[in-house]
Design a protein around this ligand. Structure first.
Ligand SMILES: Cc1cc2nc3c(=O)[nH]c(=O)nc-3n(C[C@H](O)[C@H](O)[C@H](O)COP(=O)(O)OP(=O)(O)OC[C@H]3O[C@@H](n4cnc5c(N)ncnc54)[C@H](O)[C@@H]3O)c2cc1C
Ligand code: SF4
Length: 337
């Protein structure tokens, strides 16, 4: 008789885990997704770093494979709590299973919590997620519809920040800032584009090269310093105050668009999941793996596994690899080869 594995979350992590499990021939995965369609956050991205591949291409391929494999998918269903043998849904339904893979991802940092930047109050202050939507809709402009001539990106918004209790680095926002700055230069070649950063973290293959290209080919300016404050101007633009920490000079500048590169934070329900299933959280609030080296897709509880951004900020490539690893560990646990 086939084993059944419940997968909580139908983002790229959940789909990849399900596909690998299904291919064993001895496991029937069921994906539980609270939205009406599969894909997770990647549904909201336009083109992906570092290759500018359309996000829809990657999602389209995964969704088609899930459909072709005949994997059971429950959309519009939210997991409320679980053990290694069952998942209780908000709809009161319970899914019995032989193991669980938690693939519930992350939450975007709420930029209104950084009041000093005026997000949601001033015109022309956006988040990186807003900009992805604007790129997808082909509608990138200032609030009054005109083309921006000076654009500033601010790194580390809601990451590495004690004041909002988010001490971790969100890992993907430096390279997202580089990618989005290049997209802006492609759309508005005469615009001046500035990236304000604390440190530049280019951890992945091709990232450092893209960062160099941003400077050398697109003439994007990287300024080491945080923006301390943004304020609205009479003409709708935004004045920013910063300091160039490399030269020690204070800096004041007016920009047409300010883009906040928001971080990836842990889901609020991680605490509830951990309490109910006897799991542990890392200091960052993400789920803590059994062992960072030898068991990073396993929880401390037998029968409960992790894949993707539920344990820490990750790129799509890293997430897809974890889907494979988690599935292999689950098959081993269930004795299915
Ligand atoms: C602004 C931004 C841009 C990015 N751009 C790129 C890029 O260009 N290239 C790249 O490699 N990476 C990029 N990333 C990172 C990428 O988004 C992540 O690697 C990816 O989303 C992780 O996938 P996941 O499946 O682990 O999590 P998610 O995408 O968060 O998916 C989790 C899924 O679980 C579901 N879920 C959550 N809780 C429950 C529950 N209780 N019950 C049922 N379902 C639930 C959610 O609805 C969601 O569908 C970007 C990140 C950000 C913030
Ligand atoms: S990846 Fe860059 S922008 Fe994001 S938190 Fe880390 S240092 Fe800051």
């Amino acid at each position: 008789m086939k084993k059944r594995v419940a997968i909580i979350g139908g983002g790229v992590a959940g789909m990849q885990t399900a596909l690998r499990l299904k291919r064993t021939g001895g496991i029937e995965p069921v994906i539980i997704e609270r939205e009406e369609e599969l894909g997770g956050k990647v549904r909201n991205w336009h083109v992906l770093f570092p290759t500018f591949t359309p996000a829809g291409e990657v999602l389209g391929a995964l969704r088609s494979e899930v459909a072709a494999a005949g994997i059971e998918v429950l959309t519009g269903e939210e997991a409320e709590e679980f053990t290694d043998r069952s998942v209780k849904l908000r709809s009161e339904r319970t899914i019995e299973c032989d193991a669980v893979a938690l693939c519930s991802g992350f939450t975007l940092f709420d930029a209104t919590l950084k009041e000093e930047y005026g997000y949601g109050i001033y015109d022309n202050v956006y988040t990186s997620a807003d900009l992805e939507r604007m790129f997808s809709e082909g509608r990138v402009a200032m609030a009054d519809g005109s083309a921006p001539r000076r654009i500033a990106f601010l790194h580390c918004v809601g990451s590495r920040d004690e004041k909002v209790c988010q001490r971790h680095c969100s890992k993907v926002c430096c390279i997202t800032g580089v990618k989005q700055a290049i997209e802006m230069k492609r759309l508005f070649p005469t615009a001046d584009v500035f990236n304000f950063y604390m440190d530049i973290r280019m951890f992945g293959p091709g990232y450092e090269e893209l960062y160099r290209e941003a400077q050398q080919r697109y003439n994007i300016h990287f300024v080491r310093g945080r923006i301390s404050e943004a304020s609205p101007m009479m003409d709708g633009r935004v004045q920013i105050k910063s300091e160039d920490t490399l030269t020690g000079r204070p800096l004041r500048m007016s920009v047409d668009m300010l883009v906040l590169l928001i971080g990836m934070r842990a889901n609020d329900e991680n605490g509830r999941f951990a309490d109910k299933a006897g799991l542990t959280l890392a200091q960052s609030g993400f789920m803590q793996s059994r062992d960072l080296f030898l068991g990073n897709t396993e929880s401390p509880r037998p029968g409960i596994f992790y894949a993707g951004a539920v344990t820490a900020p990750k790129s799509i490539g890293e997430t897809l690899n974890e889907g494979f690893t988690a599935a292999d560990r689950i098959a081993e646990y269930l004795g299915v080869k």
